[in-house]
Write a protein that binds this ligand. Structure first.
Ligand code: C5P
Length: 417
């Protein structure tokens, strides 16, 4: 699969740097040549000897190496690979990349290279959520840098959250996808003069939630609702059709994945929130999921038994996190946050109040007293800071198309959120 490809692998300072050794092993097994570069921080976590032994190549560490620089070695190295991979990419390295610094070998190579670049961030969750890191990531993404991970989970410092380095197998898959995309671009460059008007969201990252959530009561029973995910999936598809990079975080649905969207499948509200936070930064978020408001306060590990003659067990509920409100108040808040309001009465006045309460920019309000949930059509009202628009009853795909067009217009700066 990766035969005859050359990967320049930059390893920067993170406890997870040990995973770079496994990544190197997987890359070589797949047939790639790995040219390792170790930053000063990276060398605090893995030794150059270990990296060199597994890569089977000299490890490059010094910008000012007399031997290498006799032939302007950093430029030669920058031109050598098919892909530059930074794994792990520390918050510091991402910041230096975003600002175009070239104060060591790794950052000089990243500035000098004309090859595609993929980064796998790894850091503490608070560093990941910091507005500075969000802005740096957004700038890098805008310039076409690919990003894999981070994942959500336990951290070395006994804390938990988004910031864990993606697993080596996930990084390998992202490398294969990035090389494929580069090959595709070379073989089929975009036709000269292709109108940008057809892809007004090119370069933007859009986050969409869709579907219900399933909150376990025990291993076989769960709390859920009737959401089909049709509207959310249609929105993800419509945004991707306008050129956006779309991350769709979906609860359990029986729909096909919308073309062009990266789909992250979750079950519970807590998993949905973690996946959304790990997907930030994003230019806009559309929360169309029907998230369960409550979960079982203590899901049983074994199936609850029905005992003849005994009363049913009580079901204590706990409040779920509000994903829309959390994203609206997030340090890394998308510029435009859109929520939905499914109401059975006082649709518009409830939606206006919900917009305030949740801190989002727009609410798409619909009356779900009829056959909307699971149905093919939707009659919505768009509630923004500017007022309320009543849209006619339309197929859900058409509601999605109109909403995607409004989002594109707003992100382009042509309209107020
Ligand atoms: O509070 P309510 O469920 O009516 O709000 C609906 C909006 O809030 C939708 O956009 C839905 O996706 C979002 N929501 C959420 N997390 C929750 C509950 C609702 O994101 N726990």
């Amino acid at each position: 699969m990766l035969a005859d490809t050359r990967i320049l692998l930059i390893v920067s300072g993170s406890v997870s740097a040990y995973k770079a050794l496994e990544l190197t092993r997987l890359l070589r097994k797949a047939g790639a040549r790995v040219i390792p570069v170790l930053t000063a921080g990276g060398a605090r976590f893995v030794t150059p000897h270990a990296l060199q032994a597994i890569a089977g190549e000299v490890v490059h560490q010094e910008l000012w190496s007399l031997a290498d620089e006799a032939e302007t070695g950093h430029i030669r190295l920058a031109r050598l690979p098919d892909l530059v991979v930074v794994a792990p990419a520390s918050a510091d390295l991402l910041a230096r990349m975003a600002h175009g610094l070239a104060d060591d070998l790794a950052t000089t190579l990243l500035l000098a290279t004309d090859r595609p670049v993929l980064v796998a961030p790894a850091m503490n969750w608070a560093m990941w959520a910091h507005p500075a890191t969000c802005a740096n990531l957004a700038a890098l993404r805008e310039r076409g840098v690919g990003v894999v991970g981070p994942n959500v989970g336990a951290m070395a410092e006994a804390e938990s959250g988004p910031g864990r380095l993606a697993e080596p197998a996930e990084i390998l898959a992202a490398i294969e996808a990035a090389l494929d995309a580069a090959r595709h671009r070379r073989e089929r460059p975009p036709a000269a003069g292709l109108p940008m008007a057809g892809r007004p969201l090119a370069g933007r990252h859009l986050l969409v939630t869709s579907g219900p959530t399933h909150e376990p009561i025990d291993p076989v029973r769960y709390i859920a609702n009737r959401s089909s995910g049709r509207q959310g999936h249609a929105i993800a598809g419509a945004l991707a059709a306008l050129g956006a990079r779309v991350t769709l975080v979906s609860g359990p649905v029986i729909l096909p994945d919308p073309p062009g969207a990266t789909v992250l499948r979750v079950n519970t509200a807590a998993e949905m929130l973690a996946a959304c936070e790990a997907a930030l930064p994003a230019d806009a978020a559309v929360c169309a999921a029907a998230v369960a408001d409550w979960r079982s306060a203590g899901a049983a590990e074994q199936k609850l038994k029905k005992v003849p003659g005994e009363a049913p067990p009580p079901l204590a509920l706990a409040l779920n996190p509000d994903i829309l409100a959390t994203l609206s108040a997030h340090a890394c808040r998308p510029r435009l946050v859109v929520g939905f309001a499914a109401e059975t009465e006082n649709v518009v006045s409830n939606a206006v109040a919900k917009r305030q309460r949740k801190g989002c920019d727009w609410i798409v309000a619909n009356d779900v007293s009829g056959d909307v949930m699971g149905g093919a059509e939707n009659a919505v009202h768009l509630v923004t800071a500017g007022g309320v628009e009543d849209w006619p009853r339309l197929p859900k795909e058409e509601v999605a198309g109109r909403l995607a067009a409004r989002i594109a217009e707003t992100l382009a700066g042509g309209a107020e959120a």
